[in-house]
Design a protein around this ligand. Structure first.
Ligand code: FEO
Length: 402
């Protein structure tokens, strides 16, 4: 493969030298239906620089792409913007192969890399706002703690207005095209939103603060080069504006009904609630959890205003898919939702209280009453579900952003 894997020229002196993972479908619990890329960048100045590396199994792909521009042993510096293994997994092997003069990371990055790889090698810490020239190429390093790990940082080239943004502004999308402007905009929008919802949502306050900080520093971006998915060369401000909007967690007139069912009782309740929500004017999405992945639910919640959840009681507990999805969604810390709970049961009926507790833990504001149905809902119970859906939709209509 050495002679077929090529670098992609980005600017006069920057090349994309990453790897395309067409196969990955699970990224620590996040369903990556379109695969991903692990982006690394080669800066060809007086002293060649490698920005980030790739997931360990893709080391040879990255080095082959580097090799289409120069001999990897010519790399003098490596900058590690983020210590997570999809970007640093092959760093120890690359250091061994390339023998760079220096490897740079944020102060927290130095610690994180030491805890990951236990290398007998000094990594040079850089401070927030530090300006460093690597050969004839100037960089400003900007700490981006908790976006999305404590070690995360941006590397910015003030001379050409290029931001190496690691995970931020990225997406899981394998493609033959390397630039966002070459790809169907609806795919870009969906995958960028999915990435934000599944990776960055819990850190939204940090996103807002970082955008304010970058604006106050007056940094101008001609290009944003993230560590996943396509690069932003035309209107990079588009993705920054989208991040500002997602981070604000403004809630729309959309309701998600997330549920599972044993013998179709909870499913019938969900359907009736969905009809009631529609009649009340909400946009509605029913998400049966054996068919919908937890990360799809997370994506739908990004611009929703209401979350309604239903589960039968199984062995005195929640149906397992609900326990799974609620653990995941709770960890993403969505804010400002309203909602309600519904449940069918046979004798003990603990699921309803467990769902209410999950909603309280997520600070979802409850509207109306929890609906519990013994065994199978009759017409009266389904009418109650319909009314409950309508009530939630009416409340949502009063609050939702236009
Ligand atoms: Fe793409 Fe946080 O790693």
């Amino acid at each position: 493969m050495k002679d077929v894997l090529k670098a992609v020229k980005v600017t006069e002196d920057i090349y994309w030298v990453g790897a395309i993972d067409w196969a990955v479908r699970d990224f620590h619990g996040y369903f990556t239906g379109r695969g991903s890329t692990y982006n690394a960048y080669l800066v060809v100045g007086e002293d060649p620089i490698l920005i980030d590396t790739v997931k360990a199994p893709f080391k040879d792909e990255m080095l082959a792409r580097v090799g289409s521009v120069l001999d990897p042993s010519q790399i003098r510096y490596i900058v590690s913007n983020h210590a997570e293994a999809d970007h640093s997994g092959c760093l120890p092997q690359v250091i061994e192969t390339v023998k760079p003069d220096k490897v740079f990371a944020s102060e927290m990055g130095v610690k994180a890399l030491a805890d990951h790889y236990h290398m007998d090698r000094d990594i040079v810490p850089v401070k927030d706002g530090e300006n460093v020239s690597l050969g004839n190429v100037p960089f400003t390093f900007i700490e981006t703690r908790m976006l999305h790990w404590p070690d995360s940082m941006f590397s910015y080239r003030p001379d050409v207005g290029v931001l190496f943004s690691q995970d931020a502004f990225g997406m899981h999308l394998a493609s033959s095209e390397r630039f966002a402007d070459e790809i169907d905009p609806s795919v870009i929008e969906y995958e960028a939103a999915t990435y934000y919802a599944n990776i960055l949502l819990p850190f939204s306050s940090f996103v807002s603060r970082l955008i304010d900080k970058v604006r106050s520093l007056g940094l101008k971006f001609k290009m944003i080069l993230p560590d996943h998915g396509p690069m932003w060369r035309k209107d990079p401000g588009w993705i920054v504006r989208r991040y500002a909007e997602w981070a604000s967690q403004k809630r729309g007139n959309k309701a998600i009904v997330m549920f599972d069912t044993m013998w179709q009782s909870t499913a019938k309740m969900a359907k009736a609630i969905g009809e009631g929500l529609t009649s009340g004017g909400a946009h509605v999405k029913l998400m049966p959890l054996r068919e919908c992945h937890r990360s799809e639910v997370a994506t739908e919640i990004l611009d929703a205003g209401a979350l309604l959840i239903g589960s039968p009681t199984l062995n005195n507990g929640l149906f397992p898919t609900l326990a799974d999805a609620l653990t995941y969604v709770k960890g993403l810390k969505p804010k400002g939702l309203i909602g309600s709970v519904f449940s069918s049961y046979g004798w003990s009926g603990e699921a309803a209280a467990l769902l209410e507790k999950a909603m309280a833990d997520m600070k979802v504001e409850m509207v109306g009453e929890t609906i519990k149905v013994k065994y199978v809902p009759d017409d009266a119970a389904l009418a109650q579900c319909y009314s409950q859906g309508k009530l939630v939709a009416e409340e949502l209509g009063k609050r939702a952003a236009p």
